[in-house]
Ligand binder design. Structure first.
Ligand code: DQA
Length: 146
């Protein structure tokens, strides 16, 4: 059974109260519960981890070696700044899907660049909490066909 790591970056612990006009009212706990349900339907296992610390996210990515077959990641603001997270994903060579609640391409110019996208299979951005479900579907489909 495929085991997928779901990583949530900085400030995503505040979902539900954080800029709800942009990020919606759904909490991170609800997103994780929904992913658990979808995972069950897909017969895969998911484990979730959130951190506000870049190094903790890098460590979690390193920890996928031998333990996980896929990575679903919302790197939050580190999307636009973190060469370390990008290098970690490239280094462990884990199939990765990048997700965002908001459509980063229709927001401020500094959000348009993703350091993660070039090492990901693809990016799902702009569907609110549903971006995670769509990202998991895409990742599992990729794992089953590659
Ligand atoms: C985000 C978009 C980022 O630009 C922002 O810094 C976040 C959340 C999203 O899910 O829409 O923290 O990754």
């Amino acid at each position: 059974m495929y085991h997928v790591l779901v990583l949530h970056g900085p400030n995503l612990n505040l979902l539900g109260q954080r800029e709800p006009g942009i990020y919606g009212a759904t909490t991170l706990d609800t997103i994780n519960e929904d992913l658990g349900r979808v995972a069950k339907e897909l017969s895969v296992k998911v484990s979730s981890f959130q951190s506000n610390h870049e190094g903790a996210l890098v460590d979690a990515i390193h920890g996928t070696i031998g333990n996980y077959q896929g990575l679903l990641i919302n790197p939050g603001a580190y999307t636009h700044t973190s060469i370390a997270i990008r290098d970690a994903i490239a280094g462990v060579e884990i199939p990765t899907v990048e997700v965002h609640l908001s459509n980063i391409h229709r927001r401020e110019p500094f959000r348009h660049r993703s350091y993660i996208a070039p090492v990901a299979i693809g990016q799902i951005s702009g569907f609110g909490a549903d971006s995670y479900r769509l990202g998991l579907l895409a990742l599992v489909e990729y794992l089953r066909t590659h």
